[in-house]
Design a protein around this ligand. Structure first.
Ligand code: CA
Length: 230
């Protein structure tokens, strides 16, 4: 679904925008002020692909709304609508995280071309960031920032622990032999004991498991190795 939030206090302009976006297949949400826009954003957990944001609004202005929205979402597309070219100068100078701006009056085709372009970019960025993550149960492993999060709380990992997590989360519910784990994380030429695997698995359990003595996620496969349970 293509979700867009339109923030404009002038009803006639807002209706014109909404009708054209709906015709183009967008699911449109409307706000008549900045305050209303921020409330809608919160209500929907920021689940908008694009926000069309008028600069001149009663109450808090479009620039402030833009800044606040950008603080909460780095990927959402923001297009500013401005009435005059001086406002546009301000927009270009202050950008404040907006992706594009359109000067009034605009034609439906011009507006749609800009919205479609930003929407495509947002979807591409979302797909790219999803590919950088492995999610399993309450855990999310971010391969780009090399961080592990459990139920929204980050867990500090050493680089070896991180590699172990990557191996396990990529192979859920599969028993992995100690020798196999050793080869894939420490390298085929590692000249040491397989016990190093056990030492690290024990430490991982201390960090990950609710009760390390009764592990739910990292199970021991006796006489063989370990298994990640999804
Ligand atoms: Ca306005």
């Amino acid at each position: 679904m293509k979700r867009i939030l339109t923030v404009e206090d002038e009803t006639s302009i807002r209706e014109f925008v909404v009708i054209n976006l709906k015709r183009a297949g967008y699911t449109v949400f409307e706000a008549g002020s900045g305050e209303e826009a921020l409330a809608l954003f919160e209500e929907h957990n920021g689940d908008f692909d694009v926000v069309l944001l008028d600069v001149m609004l009663p109450g808090i202005d479009g620039f402030t709304v833009c800044k606040k929205l950008r603080e909460q979402s780095g990927t959402m597309g923001i297009i500013m609508l401005s009435a005059k070219s001086q406002e546009m100068d301000k927009v270009s100078g202050l950008m404040l995280g907006a992706d594009d701006y359109v000067t009034k009056p605009f034609s439906p085709s011009e507006l749609l071309a800009r919205v479609d372009a930003i929407h495509r970019r947002v979807i591409a960025a979302e797909q790219a960031s999803a590919a950088d993550k492995i999610v399993s149960g309450p855990f999310s492993l971010n391969l780009k920032s090399r961080t592990l999060v459990k139920n929204g709380e980050s867990i500090e990992l050493t680089q070896v622990e991180f590699q172990l997590m990557e191996l396990f989360m990529n192979n859920p519910n599969i028993a992995l032999a100690r020798g196999d784990i050793l080869g894939r994380v420490w390298g085929e030429n590692y000249f040491g004991d397989e016990k190093i695997v056990d030492v690290n698995m024990r430490r991982l359990r201390m960090k990950l498991e609710d009760d390390p003595s009764k592990p739910k996620y990292i199970l021991t496969v006796w006489g063989f190795g370990y298994k990640w349970i999804e």
